[in-house]
Design a protein. Structure first.
Length: 182
């Protein structure tokens, strides 16, 4: 029985990934000590499954039917736990603006039901549709040009075509994501 680390995510199309990468490339020099996410890693996690036997992961996959068919717009930036002292920087779908946040939340809720039905423990954190762009070892308040860029990020819009189930392999140089199924 093989153990796999997996998650279900929405991935922007290549043209949007390139635009996100170009924006992030401009931010990197403003916070060089951050661990910036690479282009091929940008995604919105709907449900993190963690490490589990591949059979359990595939049982979850069999319960997922996420056709997409709605517009997504990443139109705000923020940080976890807060932008005032972030450990994670992100761009996300604002719930108070047209962004697809409600449709993404509905996808995440369906993924949560499928995960629990497949024997995974319930998720305890609320779903917040976002794409992680950087991680910081030590929280620090964004200042100057970085703070301004995070206050006014460009909008990254696309038509969601569904979800992807990924295997995540941790390596010293960062995670490697491999598609299991769409």
């Amino acid at each position: 029985m093989s153990i796999v680390r997996a998650f279900l995510a929405v991935v922007p199309p290549p043209d949007v990934l390139s635009r996100i990468e170009a924006w992030v490339a401009g931010l990197r020099p403003m916070l060089p000590e951050a661990k910036w996410v690479r282009k091929g890693q940008f995604h919105i996690t709907l449900r993190f499954l963690g490490e589990a036997p591949i059979e359990k992961i595939l049982a979850f996959a069999g319960l997922i039917d996420e056709p997409g068919g709605f517009d997504v717009c990443l139109n705000r930036a923020g940080g976890f736990p807060s932008l005032a002292r972030p450990r994670t920087l992100w761009i996300g779908a604002a719930p108070d603006r047209p962004s697809g946040a409600d449709a993404l939340a509905a996808m995440a809720a369906r993924a949560e039901r499928a995960a629990v039905a497949s024997g995974f423990p319930p998720e305890t954190k609320p779903f917040r549709p976002h794409v992680t762009i950087a991680r910081l070892r030590t929280p620090q308040t964004p200042t100057g040009r970085l703070a301004e860029a995070l206050k006014n990020p460009p909008a990254f819009a696309w038509r969601c075509s569904g979800a992807v189930l990924f295997r995540s392999t941790l390596t010293p140089s960062g995670p490697i994501y491999t598609e299991i199924t769409r």
